[in-house]
Design a protein around this ligand. Structure first.
Ligand SMILES: [Zn+2]
Ligand SMILES: [Zn+2]
Length: 252
């Protein structure tokens, strides 16, 4: 897809689920004047405050799956936007997650029959997106959801932005997909990375190191543990993406 503007990425955090050194792995993509927050974990609101990014500058929030490091800040985001700023934020949610996000994550805190706020669409302008169907969120900014295997039985999704930037979120290793994306011309791959141990619900560094060199060169590692510094220089052709730095991905 042709776009005439670069896409900027600012990671609010790059830590794995149990990191205490890095914030939750949440991402702020900006394309032109459009800003998309990908996942809103426990640390997201504080990270936005530290980065001096106002909540009201976020045009939409996208949720990849229902672990707390990806959705734990959504309740506060909803309360602040609706109560403090009197705005109903836009929520982009995979269709497979829409009901569960309310019933199993948000309802306990947000459900309020006394004020008539009893469903997801009372707090958010909800757009449900089907998998593998391109959705243009703003002019020149299109996402396509690709289902991943993370925890078996729990839906989770990767994001392909403008057919050019792949954002894995949390997933087990899918070698064939990564090679296929590379062959299809995807230029940047943001991939989660478990630095040590055996693979279970995440992708290990060793698995990623088994990829061909030209695929590795496209990969920036995220969702890593607190011992990341010890692995610098040991990641083949891949590099670590760092939180609170702005990365620029030129237009095609
Ligand atoms: Zn996670
Ligand atoms: Zn997860």
């Amino acid at each position: 897809m042709q776009t005439n503007q670069e896409t900027k990425l600012l990671m609010l955090g790059t830590g794995g689920a149990f990191s205490v050194k890095y914030n939750n792995n949440n991402a702020l993509f900006t394309h032109g004047s459009f800003t998309l927050l990908v996942d809103c974990g426990v640390t997201a609101i504080r990270a936005l405050h530290q980065l001096e990014v106002p909540l009201t500058s976020i045009d939409a929030v996208f949720i990849t799956h229902q672990h707390a490091d990806h959705v734990g800040g959504l309740e506060e985001f909803a309360f602040q936007m609706n109560g403090r700023y009197k705005q109903k934020p836009r929520l982009i949610v995979p269709a497979a997650l829409q009901d569960s996000l309310w019933e199993h994550t948000l309802k306990g805190g947000l459900d309020n029959p006394h004020s008539g706020m009893t469903k997801l669409s009372d707090y958010f302008e909800v757009t449900a997106v089907a998998e593998d169907t391109p959705a243009e969120l703003a002019p020149g900014f299109t996402i396509r959801l690709l289902p991943t295997v993370h925890v078996v039985g729990k839906p989770s999704f990767a994001l392909l932005i403008n057919e050019s930037i792949y954002y894995s979120s949390d997933c087990t290793f899918d070698r064939e997909r990564l090679i296929r994306l590379h062959e299809q011309g995807v230029r940047h791959i943001l991939h989660e990375c478990q630095l040590t141990g055996t693979p279970a619900v995440h992708t290990t560094l060793d698995q990623l190191l088994s990829l061909p060199e030209d695929v590795q060169h496209k990969i920036q590692l995220m969702h890593y543990g607190d011992d990341m510094e010890a692995y610098k220089g040991k990641t083949g052709g891949m590099s670590f993406i760092e939180q609170h730095r702005t990365y620029r991905y030129p237009a095609l």
